[in-house]
Design a binder for this molecule. Sequence first.
Ligand code: IVH
Length: 705
Amino acid sequence: MSPSAHADDSAARKIAALRDRIRHHEHLYYVLDAPSISDAEFDDLMRQLQRLEADHPSLITPDSPTQRVGGKPKEGFPKVAHSRPMLSLDNVTSEEELRDWDRRVRSLAGEKADIGYVCEYKMDGISMALQYRAASDGSAHLQRGLTRGDGTTGEDVTTNVRTIRSIPLSVSAAQLHTAHMPPDFEVRGEVVMPLAAFEKANAEREAQGLAPAANPRNYAAGTIRTLEPNIVAQRRLDFYAYFLLNQRGDDLLPEQAEALDALTTAGFRVNPHREAMPTIEKVLAFIERAGENRAGLGYEIDGVVIKVNSTEVQRRLGYTGRAPRWACAFKFTARAGITQVEDVKTQVGRTGKLTPVAVLTPVSIGGTTVSRATLHNADEIERLGLLIGDYVKVERGGDVIPKVVEVVHDKDHPRGHRHFKFPTHCPDCGSEIVRTEGEVDYRCVNVDCPARLTGSLLHFASRGVMNIDGLGEAVVAQLLERKLVRSIADLYSLTDEQLATLQHEVVTTDKKTGHQKTRTQALVGPKERNDLLAEIEASKKAPLNRVLYGLGIRFIGERTAQLLAEAFGSMEALMTASAEELERVNEVGPRVAQAIREFFSESRNRDLVHHLEKAGLTMTAEKRKKTSQLEGLTFVLTGTLPNLSREDAKAKIESAGGRVSGSVSKKTNYVVAGEDAGSKLDKAKELSIPILDETGLLEMLRQTS
Ligand code: IVH
């Protein structure tokens, strides 16, 4: 063996070992929600793999964890026939209907059939078929992802599906063996957007001045059909498997319950809320529990799916038109209620934004009493045509804040009478309210407004920002009332004695007489005070990007804060940066740049930063090196790119430290291919050199700039 073959051999082994480790941690994190290493450690493993693969491009395989985001689908999504039709389910909405269905199933299956059911949650997403095919090493590779489409043919959304991290790109021969699965199979399941991802995505939309998406299902459906795999990757979709079929679309195993277990063994995410149920009584109990669990799941479900467990019995029962006889969906009733609007109040947020809130006659919706619902903004009130006194339909989805969806006007629900007038002065501090031209929101511009300060403190202390546990609403309210805190920086000079003065009232009932007594008591006990002060102290170590995020500058979310901290390396540099310099940072446009400039042009805000610096908070960060990771990498350009000219692309690669060469060889790291790419592309494929399209190249440049 030549020395270079030896080197390749050892690199191949290192790469294989790294991929196994990364897949293991992806599974722990994205499928089991139980990570065992930090994000930074995970990123480090990924970088090691990327580096090795860049040095040995011939060793890159499509199932490598680095290959989730590839080129974008060219001309929309081609239509592909399903192995077996993807049908929908018949719905039942009451116990009675469910019992009827059970009786029908039993009588059709014949007296002797031993009917058992499997109950699963009906996740509110979009269904997806994933086809896996045998690879030469006995493993199975994800070959294709298809939407349901019209049920007979779906759309090929493979490039997007590959970015969903709970979907394995490959299943090893060993896993297939333990799960008793062949290497050619099909998995069907539901793509969902977790509520946390939905709320985050909506907050970002809002920051960009876009209308929020209506619900996680629509957003997931829209996302899976975007032509930008990068966007799909950022939106954190999830996939839950619920069918295991063979290549021809027939059931692989004799029982549905077994199939779900096999899928789990093979590394797929299967909803843990599933149970084999021998009787319809047990099924009803499962449905009841599902209803109780619903609010705390972190994703939306709209019912329970009941399936006959035996696939043999399923075959005998067959189908009616577009739905199977062997399954049904028990749909939860929509979580909405009708109630009267008693008043409309405005709430001041930490950015000074005023949100109108409907004060409602309390109504029970899905087990929770709702007495307030958001009206978003003045335009929304106009769109609804809402008058105070109107009856309205209020909806609650998952953890999302209840909202007014429409005004109800019929003979049982008379119209209200009073128009709501947006206040001209802040309800908390009395300062003037302004509405910037072209914006929907009204704002209180007084930076000292107590309502704003409450919001600012709560935001600063919250999870994911400065993580000061124990600084909740009650403590913040008292700190402000007692004037112990007048700005965020004052948190860092709080003492145990001061915290000990915070009090609240407790009502106690005398056991003997039954009389109620009110007495005041310390709000924070000695141990909690100690913990809180330790939390505040520990927060000084939070990195610059968190401090920046914590300041609550308009439009600066978690991600933008991170990009700014990396680009400028210090708070000082950021404070003095011009709008142009700010706009040079990725994802920072004129509006964001202006918001940053405005924030730091306030002397009060500059003082706050200086006080925080004096208190010992982190004000510097490691700057991203200009000499980028493209250094040492060779690119070959071929064909016509949609937007960039050949010269532009070359200039961009070179200014990022890369080299552009005219011909493809073993030394080429990447081939960037456009329309009508010719022999260079063939050569790249022959040598297994990774191929990028324009988007892929731009993304790579973005990550390294
Ligand atoms: S079984 C023919 N199981 O609900 C069998 N569907 O109305 C149909 N869904 O299109 C699918 N969770 O998108 C099944 N555990 C589950 C499900 C589920 C959600 C969706 C799926 C389907 C729709 C049926």
